[in-house]
Design a binder for this molecule. Structure first.
Ligand code: GDP
Ligand code: MG
Length: 147
Protein backbone atom coordinates (compact mmCIF):
# COMPACT_ATOMS: atom_id res chain seq x y z
CA UNK A 1 0.00 0.00 0.00
CA UNK A 2 1.40 3.36 -1.11
CA UNK A 3 0.44 6.97 -0.35
CA UNK A 4 0.66 10.09 -2.51
CA UNK A 5 0.05 13.80 -2.17
CA UNK A 6 -2.38 15.32 -4.68
CA UNK A 7 -3.34 18.98 -4.76
CA UNK A 8 -6.00 20.67 -6.89
CA UNK A 9 -4.33 23.98 -7.71
CA UNK A 10 -6.05 27.40 -7.44
CA UNK A 11 -7.25 27.21 -11.08
CA UNK A 12 -9.01 23.89 -10.44
CA UNK A 13 -10.73 25.27 -7.33
CA UNK A 14 -11.79 28.46 -9.15
CA UNK A 15 -13.14 26.49 -12.11
CA UNK A 16 -15.29 24.32 -9.88
CA UNK A 17 -13.46 21.10 -10.76
CA UNK A 18 -12.88 19.70 -7.24
CA UNK A 19 -15.76 17.25 -7.51
CA UNK A 20 -14.95 16.18 -11.07
CA UNK A 21 -11.30 15.52 -10.20
CA UNK A 22 -11.97 13.75 -6.88
CA UNK A 23 -14.53 11.54 -8.65
CA UNK A 24 -11.88 10.29 -11.07
CA UNK A 25 -9.64 9.04 -8.26
CA UNK A 26 -12.59 7.53 -6.39
CA UNK A 27 -13.82 5.71 -9.49
CA UNK A 28 -10.32 4.36 -10.13
CA UNK A 29 -10.56 2.53 -6.80
CA UNK A 30 -8.09 4.61 -4.81
CA UNK A 31 -8.75 5.54 -1.20
CA UNK A 32 -8.87 9.07 0.22
CA UNK A 33 -6.82 9.32 3.43
CA UNK A 34 -6.96 13.08 4.09
CA UNK A 35 -8.24 16.28 2.47
CA UNK A 36 -8.50 19.99 3.17
CA UNK A 37 -9.17 23.31 1.46
CA UNK A 38 -6.27 25.56 2.36
CA UNK A 39 -4.21 28.53 1.20
CA UNK A 40 -0.52 27.85 0.50
CA UNK A 41 1.78 30.40 2.16
CA UNK A 42 4.90 31.61 0.39
CA UNK A 43 7.00 29.57 2.83
CA UNK A 44 5.04 26.35 2.19
CA UNK A 45 5.17 26.97 -1.57
CA UNK A 46 8.97 27.29 -1.44
CA UNK A 47 9.27 24.01 0.48
CA UNK A 48 6.84 22.19 -1.80
CA UNK A 49 8.51 23.32 -5.04
CA UNK A 50 12.13 23.38 -3.75
CA UNK A 51 13.33 21.15 -6.61
CA UNK A 52 12.34 23.85 -9.15
CA UNK A 53 14.23 26.72 -7.50
CA UNK A 54 16.21 28.69 -10.08
CA UNK A 55 14.08 27.64 -13.07
CA UNK A 56 12.39 30.30 -15.18
CA UNK A 57 8.89 29.28 -14.12
CA UNK A 58 9.74 29.05 -10.38
CA UNK A 59 8.68 32.55 -9.26
CA UNK A 60 5.43 32.66 -11.28
CA UNK A 61 4.69 29.13 -10.03
CA UNK A 62 5.08 30.18 -6.37
CA UNK A 63 2.84 33.19 -6.94
CA UNK A 64 0.24 31.10 -8.72
CA UNK A 65 0.10 28.31 -6.14
CA UNK A 66 -0.33 30.90 -3.35
CA UNK A 67 -2.94 32.94 -5.23
CA UNK A 68 -6.06 31.25 -3.85
CA UNK A 69 -7.34 28.16 -2.06
CA UNK A 70 -6.05 24.74 -3.08
CA UNK A 71 -7.60 21.37 -2.27
CA UNK A 72 -4.85 19.27 -0.68
CA UNK A 73 -5.31 15.51 -0.46
CA UNK A 74 -3.59 12.28 0.48
CA UNK A 75 -4.65 9.17 -1.45
CA UNK A 76 -3.60 5.60 -0.87
CA UNK A 77 -3.63 2.31 -2.74
CA UNK A 78 -1.33 -0.07 -4.59
CA UNK A 79 0.92 1.90 -6.98
CA UNK A 80 -1.04 5.06 -6.22
CA UNK A 81 1.88 7.34 -7.20
CA UNK A 82 2.21 6.02 -10.75
CA UNK A 83 -1.54 5.49 -11.16
CA UNK A 84 -2.42 9.03 -10.13
CA UNK A 85 0.27 10.52 -12.38
CA UNK A 86 -1.29 8.52 -15.24
CA UNK A 87 -4.76 9.89 -14.44
CA UNK A 88 -3.33 13.43 -14.22
CA UNK A 89 -1.45 13.32 -17.54
CA UNK A 90 1.70 15.02 -18.80
CA UNK A 91 2.71 18.44 -17.45
CA UNK A 92 2.03 20.24 -20.74
CA UNK A 93 -1.63 19.97 -21.74
CA UNK A 94 -0.49 19.58 -25.38
CA UNK A 95 1.31 16.34 -24.49
CA UNK A 96 -1.32 14.96 -22.10
CA UNK A 97 -3.26 12.02 -23.52
CA UNK A 98 -7.01 12.36 -24.03
CA UNK A 99 -8.88 11.08 -21.02
CA UNK A 100 -6.36 12.48 -18.57
CA UNK A 101 -7.30 15.39 -16.29
CA UNK A 102 -4.86 17.79 -17.92
CA UNK A 103 -5.89 16.84 -21.45
CA UNK A 104 -9.59 17.05 -20.67
CA UNK A 105 -9.55 20.35 -18.76
CA UNK A 106 -6.25 22.25 -19.11
CA UNK A 107 -5.03 24.53 -21.90
CA UNK A 108 -1.78 26.02 -20.53
CA UNK A 109 1.13 24.39 -18.66
CA UNK A 110 1.00 27.01 -15.93
CA UNK A 111 -2.74 26.38 -15.37
CA UNK A 112 -2.60 22.59 -15.32
CA UNK A 113 -5.07 22.10 -12.47
CA UNK A 114 -3.45 19.50 -10.26
CA UNK A 115 -0.21 18.44 -8.62
CA UNK A 116 0.74 14.81 -7.99
CA UNK A 117 3.86 13.46 -6.25
CA UNK A 118 6.34 11.86 -8.64
CA UNK A 119 8.20 9.44 -6.32
CA UNK A 120 7.80 7.74 -2.93
CA UNK A 121 10.39 10.11 -1.40
CA UNK A 122 8.60 13.21 -2.71
CA UNK A 123 5.22 11.81 -1.64
CA UNK A 124 6.42 11.41 1.92
CA UNK A 125 8.05 14.84 1.91
CA UNK A 126 5.00 16.61 0.44
CA UNK A 127 2.51 14.85 2.72
CA UNK A 128 4.64 16.02 5.65
CA UNK A 129 4.49 19.64 4.45
CA UNK A 130 0.69 19.74 4.29
CA UNK A 131 -0.56 17.21 6.85
CA UNK A 132 0.25 16.08 10.35
CA UNK A 133 0.36 12.29 10.90
CA UNK A 134 -2.87 12.39 12.93
CA UNK A 135 -4.77 13.83 9.94
CA UNK A 136 -4.07 10.73 7.83
CA UNK A 137 -6.88 8.25 8.30
CA UNK A 138 -6.49 4.53 7.81
CA UNK A 139 -9.94 2.98 7.60
CA UNK A 140 -11.48 -0.09 6.10
CA UNK A 141 -12.90 0.08 2.60
CA UNK A 142 -14.97 -3.07 2.35
CA UNK A 143 -14.93 -2.79 -1.46
CA UNK A 144 -11.12 -3.08 -1.47
CA UNK A 145 -11.00 -6.82 -2.09
CA UNK A 146 -12.79 -6.25 -5.42
CA UNK A 147 -10.24 -3.71 -6.72
P1 GDP B 1 4.39 18.14 -12.77
O1 GDP B 1 5.07 17.18 -11.83
O2 GDP B 1 3.80 17.45 -13.97
O3 GDP B 1 3.38 19.02 -12.08
O4 GDP B 1 5.50 19.10 -13.38
P2 GDP B 1 6.87 19.68 -12.77
O5 GDP B 1 7.13 19.09 -11.41
O6 GDP B 1 7.93 19.54 -13.80
O7 GDP B 1 6.56 21.24 -12.62
C1 GDP B 1 5.77 21.72 -11.59
C2 GDP B 1 4.79 22.70 -12.14
O8 GDP B 1 5.48 23.83 -12.65
C3 GDP B 1 3.96 22.19 -13.31
O9 GDP B 1 2.84 21.44 -12.94
C4 GDP B 1 3.59 23.47 -14.02
O10 GDP B 1 2.47 24.09 -13.34
C5 GDP B 1 4.82 24.30 -13.80
N1 GDP B 1 5.73 24.13 -14.93
C6 GDP B 1 6.55 23.12 -15.23
N2 GDP B 1 7.25 23.32 -16.34
C7 GDP B 1 6.85 24.52 -16.78
C8 GDP B 1 7.19 25.29 -17.89
O11 GDP B 1 8.02 24.93 -18.73
N3 GDP B 1 6.57 26.48 -17.99
C9 GDP B 1 5.64 26.90 -17.07
N4 GDP B 1 5.07 28.09 -17.23
N5 GDP B 1 5.28 26.18 -16.01
C10 GDP B 1 5.89 25.00 -15.87
MG1 MG C 1 6.39 17.59 -10.24
Amino acid sequence: MERTFLMIKPDGVQRGLIGEIVTRFERKGLQLAAAKLTVVSRELAERHYAEHKGKGFYEPLLEFISSGPVFAMVWQGDNVIALSRALIGKTDALDALPGTIRSDFAVHTNFNLIHGSDSPANAEREIGIFFSPSELLDYEHTIQRWI
